[in-house]
Design a protein around this ligand. Sequence first.
Ligand SMILES: NC(=O)c1ccc[n+]([C@@H]2O[C@H](COP(=O)([O-])OP(=O)(O)OC[C@H]3O[C@@H](n4cnc5c(N)ncnc54)[C@H](O)[C@@H]3O)[C@@H](O)[C@H]2O)c1
Length: 340
Amino acid sequence: MMNMTEKTVLVTGGLGYIGSHTVVELLVAGYQVIVVDNLSNSERFIFDRIIKIAQKEPVFYQDDVCDLAAMSNIFKKHQVDVVIHFAAFKSVGESVEKPLLYYQNNLISLLNILQLVQENSVEGLVFSSSATVYGEPDVLPATEETPFIKALSAYGSTKQMGEEIIEMVTSSGVFKAISLRYFNPVGAHETALIGELPKGIPNNLFPYVTQTAKGKLAMLTVFGDDYNTVDGTCVRDYIHVVDLAKAHLAACRRIINQECQSASEVYNIGTGNGTTVLEIIKQFEATTDKLLPYKIGARRPGDAEAVYADSSKAEKELLWKATLNLKDMIQSSWAWENTL
Ligand SMILES: NC(=O)c1ccc[n+]([C@@H]2O[C@H](COP(=O)([O-])OP(=O)(O)OC[C@H]3O[C@@H](n4cnc5c(N)ncnc54)[C@H](O)[C@@H]3O)[C@@H](O)[C@H]2O)c1
């Protein structure tokens, strides 16, 4: 077993929602951490919050990962052992309106990272992929063998292409890569010092729920109640962001300990539990004692009926399993909302 304290992890997008929680876990576990973030979807104060929680300071560069020269300088200054590449744009809806912007940001940043990982003897890369690659799976739960369907958005397409590019580059390269396919990340850190910072009207259910309960939004709309599910509303696999952060540590360990079985590996990261929108609403009301005003609206185009994960491969090979439940997710999201 390697001594993790000697290892340096460079985290792109490290001030974002999932990145900030992962940086905290890495620091607490004893890694040296370098954060690169251009603040396109995050705030500088998150850096101070990370230090407050971890009682350790990462190195921070406010740079764009698409800027190869700037990134090259960072890799010259530091001997990096593993890169975790979170930096990307992530709004499915925006990507339909501005596809080129998504291809440019998400693919150029990835190509730069791959080049720098290859040129600088980095041991490996952990890539943020998504359950979006499965679209609407024919068979549930989705396993890593579930085929990709043609992406319905530029965002989904960048994740599918990202995984394919990584597979090709690692097959002739000298480093390892692990792509983690996240299901639906929700929740916040138990300190309520970091959490999701959605800009504008949220696209995702959890910030919509907490903002409605807080009175920032008038009413929650449930998009369709005529799906073929237990109560007619869509089913998703919600995973606590701290569990998700820990999956990245497991992936780093696997790379550092040279346990990867192939140059490019993929893992589903979910809980395996499917929860409907109405179940979330009921559980939110029961957990917080707040009444959540909601109405049933039309189906939203492009929404899959039900998606949840088979994460047994991650459990077996990454030795990782989600431990936090829906109540933890709701309590921490609500506590975070109350600080905003
Ligand atoms: N949150 C989800 O629901 C979800 C689900 C599946 C996959 N993912 C993926 O996980 C990753 C992290 O997601 P998140 O929810 O933390 O998003 P986020 O927007 O909170 O974090 C991304 C961070 O990357 C930064 N960034 C973006 N482009 C950059 C660039 N070119 N250079 C430097 N920094 C840049 C942003 O400022 C932000 O801090 C993304 O790749 C996303 O596609 C997210």
